[in-house]
Design a protein around this ligand. Structure first.
Ligand code: TXA
Ligand code: MG
Length: 377
């Protein structure tokens, strides 16, 4: 979708330099809004208490067979999808699935999405599904749509966190589908990041975030969409969107009529990906008004809206889409946040994008990332 909107303002990602001289997150911002340093995520990622090493990284062009064999033998393989990189395990193997929760430090109440190589596999795995579910699968698979179905007996309860339902999708990425087909099993895969942190859109994000907690990373280049799949429960009458994502609500409505968007809440999340604080960079992130930082930030060190990347004395600017293309902005979003994290800036200030199409999902992720810094009551 192309609309008359642009983030080419130098203020689209206005960043001020770190406020303190110690590591990221150790200096309180001048406005006193910092959470105690102890509550900050660590800069050095550790998994299971062990500082991470490096996983094996295989080029997707030549590594499918080896990665598939790792999956078949109970290992963890991070692989590209069109949305973000997934952390895959054999969905039929409870022990392999358990390793996903361990590697991500993911709470056991947060169920995984099962990935299939082909839409034809759905009924083979789960049996007959409601017509409305089939219709959406036929229309949007392969693609960034996750559908809710009844959990089949073949899928161990750990995959669905004990729920009677299962989330399932067919990714629109040739490497992902080849991997799943070659493995010959359904693949449970959350985004390949530590729980609550930024989703990875490149193999190197996975390596940096999870290290040797993952056995193999299949490098298939940057993810095309850059934002997670839209999750829809279409089992009842009117489809319910449980998580906004790369498939715009408008596209769903065009295919299925009016839908209900239920983004969930921090209280009783329907999908834990809809927790108030999620998708967060390590660097504190604030949502700013278009045209500049909130008034409270003007004049602060590096927090002033300025004419370009030099603004804010050492600040970094990431432009999501100079052309004002929301699809491009979504593809760049997590990448830009990863970059800013790596740049070691003290704070990230982001302008929300128009609340239309995939822009809704972008703003949803930004609000949740900002909620980490400003926890909602
Ligand atoms: O694009 C995506 O969906 C990526 C790629 C790898 O496919 N995966 C992804 O997975 O974003 P994850 O685990 O980061 O987010 C999946 C979300 C979670 O918030 C989870 O709670 C929700 O799906 N979910 C899983 N099973 C569910 C179910 N039975 N009912 C409701 N929500 C469910
Ligand atoms: Mg995730």
């Amino acid at each position: 979708m192309r609309i008359r909107w642009s983030l080419d303002t130098p203020r689209s990602f206005l960043v001020r330099p770190r406020p303190g001289t110690t590591g990221v997150g150790h200096g309180a911002p001048p406005d006193g809004s910092a959470r105690p340093p102890t509550s900050r995520p660590p800069r050095q990622v550790s998994v299971g208490g062990v500082t991470t090493g490096s996983p094996r990284v295989l080029p997707a062009d030549s590594g499918i067979a080896e990665a598939a064999s790792v999956l078949r033998t109970g290992g963890l393989v991070a692989f590209p999808t069109e949305t973000v990189y997934g952390l895959g395990a054999n969905a039929l193997d409870a022990r392999a699935a358990a390793r996903i929760f361990e590697a991500k430090a993911r709470p056991s109440f947060d169920p995984l999405i099962t990935h299939l190589a082909d839409a034809a596999e759905l009924e083979k795995l789960v049996g007959p599904v409601p017509a409305a579910v089939t219709a959406l699968a036929e229309r949007f698979w392969p693609g960034p749509l996750t559908l809710i179905v009844d959990r089949p007996a073949a899928i161990p309860p750990i995959v669905t966190s004990g729920l009677a339902t299962m989330a399932v999708r067919v990714p629109d990425n040739a490497y992902a589908r080849a991997l799943i087909a070659e493995a010959g099993v359904p693949v449970a895969a959350p985004s390949a990041n530590r729980f609550g942190q930024l989703s990875p859109t490149r193999a190197e994000h996975v390596v940096r975030g999870l290290g040797a907690a993952v056995d193999v990373v299949l490098d298939g280049g940057p993810a095309r969409c850059g934002i997670e799949s839209t999750i829809v429960d279409a089992r009842g009458g009117r489809p319910v969107v449980l998580r906004l994502g790369a498939l715009p609500v408008e596209a769903l409505e065009e295919a299925a009529g009016p839908v209900t968007v239920r983004p969930g809440s921090s209280g009783q999340p329907v999908a834990p990906g809809t927790l108030a604080a999620h998708y967060a960079p390590r660097t504190p992130l604030r949502l700013g008004a278009r045209g500049g930082p909130p008034a409270a930030h003007r004049g602060r060190r590096g927090g002033r809206a300025g004419p370009g990347p030099a603004a804010g004395a050492g600040g970094a600017v990431e432009v999501l889409s100079a052309a004002g293309d929301l699809t491009e902005a979504a593809a760049r979003l997590f990448d830009a946040l990863h970059e800013l994290d790596a740049a070691g800036v003290g704070e990230i200030l982001v302008e929300p994008v128009p609340e239309v199409g995939v822009g809704r999902a972008i703003n949803d992720r930004l609000r949740r990332a900002a909620a980490t810094w400003h926890p909602t009551a």
